[in-house]
Write a protein that binds this ligand. Structure first.
Ligand code: ADP
Ligand code: ASP
Ligand code: MG
Length: 407
């Protein structure tokens, strides 16, 4: 069997841990598997490199940023190979460029276009474990690129798709995907299975256990994906297609949340056609992504247009809105960074009514004021004041019977 394994930052966070990863990899190889390993930088390294870059340049050159950040993963591939060789397991490392993981040239957020499997296959045939640097590739001209934070997950899934691996195993510091972040809700429960679609929503709505793109890729190429702990044995969580992966459909699979968004409002907008375009045109021209949008008409027959953006874009968006508001004769602009978004996710929602009202009741019982609401077929999101986030997540977790049974 050909298996792709990925080990994240904490799993390779020290020499000791690299040794234990080597033992796990060698054990899988000893069972007769062909093993390809993708690794992250040791925990903290990518952040430290980023901090150094920002000391030198306010907005570091994206090309040089990629040259810098990829050194983190390059360190780990060499160290892991040394650990494998030391225990008698033949191994060879490759950077993204050496494999030839071809990407577009969007530095710091590149997309994989093609993977050449020749070098990997050749080494596998020679009975070696192949260790590939996660998170990196090269563009057509040979420039080094990176895939965005958390991108090693995507490297692993893309390798699994290109090599038609039996399974892609993501080893991390939790033993699977939970109903919500287990670091925030103690009663969070590990899921045996979750669908690609639900996992994609969970990841997009803030559950950073897998990079969004890795889930997209796995769904598109139907790569069976499993999240497991690198520290203890267990079945982990299988992410698969809906029919085969769900014996019975739970109403709600999980709760995702994020503190990364800020809320902006243009208030007192004249109630005439074209106003939304005047607001969102310049925001989109500035490449700022908009999430939840709400518009409602006030008592004085003017509109308030409210929406959220990533916190890092809030300042730039506010500046744009100030001038837009002046031009269109609106009353003003308000910015609120003390917000959080939390979302219920579940394919079971499609066939059940009353989920939203149950959600709002649970929030009401915690005296949480809902500022914005948005829904899709398999999720309901609300924006609330940030200080209520954790108590709101806990209340919903209990209200939807997701809590782990007491042992
Ligand atoms: P790695 O370094 O291995 O890539 P990450 O830190 O990127 O690990 O992802 C694992 C973390 O994701 C966990 O430590 C956990 O805090 C967080 N997380 C957020 N939501 C969930 C969830 N629903 N299930 C499991 N882990 C989650
Ligand atoms: N080292 C990179 C990061 O921290 C990629 C990864 O770990 O997946 O984002
Ligand atoms: Mg990660």
């Amino acid at each position: 069997m050909l298996i792709v394994q990925k080990y994240g930052g904490t799993s390779v966070g020290s020499i000791e841990r690299i040794r234990s990863v080597a033992a796990k990899v060698a054990a899988s190889k000893a069972k007769g598997n062909q093993v390809v390993v993708a690794v992250s930088a040791m925990s903290g390294v990518t952040n430290n490199l980023t901090a150094m870059a920002h000391e030198l340049q306010k907005e570091p050159s994206p090309r040089e940023m990629d040259v810098l950040l990829t050194t983190g993963e390059q360190t780990t591939i060499a160290l892991l190979c040394m650990a494998l060789l030391e225990i008698g397991c033949p191994a060879i490392s490759f950077t993204g460029g050496q494999v030839r993981i071809l990407t577009d040239n969007a530095h710091t957020k590149a997309r994989i276009q093609e993977i050449d499997d020749t070098n990997i296959r050749r080494e596998l045939e020679q009975e070696k474990v192949v260790v590939v640097a996660g998170f990196q590739g090269v563009d057509e001209k040979g420039n080094i690129t990176t895939l965005g934070r958390g991108g090693s997950d995507t490297t692993a899934v893309a390798l699994a798709a290109a090599l038609k691996a039996e399974e892609c195993q993501i080893y991390t510091d939790v033993d699977g995907v939970y109903t919500t972040d287990p670091r925030v809700v103690e009663k969070a429960r590990r899921l045996d299975r979750i669908t690609f679609e639900e996992m994609l929503e969970m990841a997009s709505l803030g559950a950073k256990v897998l990079q969004i793109r890795s889930v997209e890729f796995a769904g598109k190429y139907d790569v069976p994906l499993r999240v497991l702990s690198s520290f203890e044995d267990g079945p982990g969580t299988l992410i698969g297609s809906e029919d085969e992966s769900m014996m019975e459909t739970p109403l709600i699979s999980g709760i995702a949340f994020t503190r990364d968004e800020a809320k902006l409002s243009v208030v007192g907008v004249p109630d005439v056609p074209g106003m939304a375009y005047k607001v969102f045109g310049p925001i989109s021209d500035a490449n700022i992504e908009v999430d939840v949008i709400v518009q409602n008409i006030g008592a004085d027959q003017t509109n308030d247009i409210t929406f959220t953006v990533n916190k890092k874009d809030a300042e730039a968006a506010a500046r744009i809105l100030e001038s837009v508001a002046r031009d269109m004769g609106a009353k003003g602009v308000e910015v609120d960074e003390n917000v959080a978004k939390l979302s219920l996710v579940g394919v079971g929602m499609r066939s059940h009514a009353g989920i939203a009202s149950r959600m709002f009741e649970a929030l009401y019982s915690e005296s949480v004021n809902i500022q914005l609401i948005t829904t899709s077929e398999i999720k309901i999101s609300v924006v609330i004041e940030e200080k209520y986030l954790e108590s709101a997540v806990r209340a919903l977790h209990t209200a939807f019977e997701l809590d782990q049974e007491k042992q």
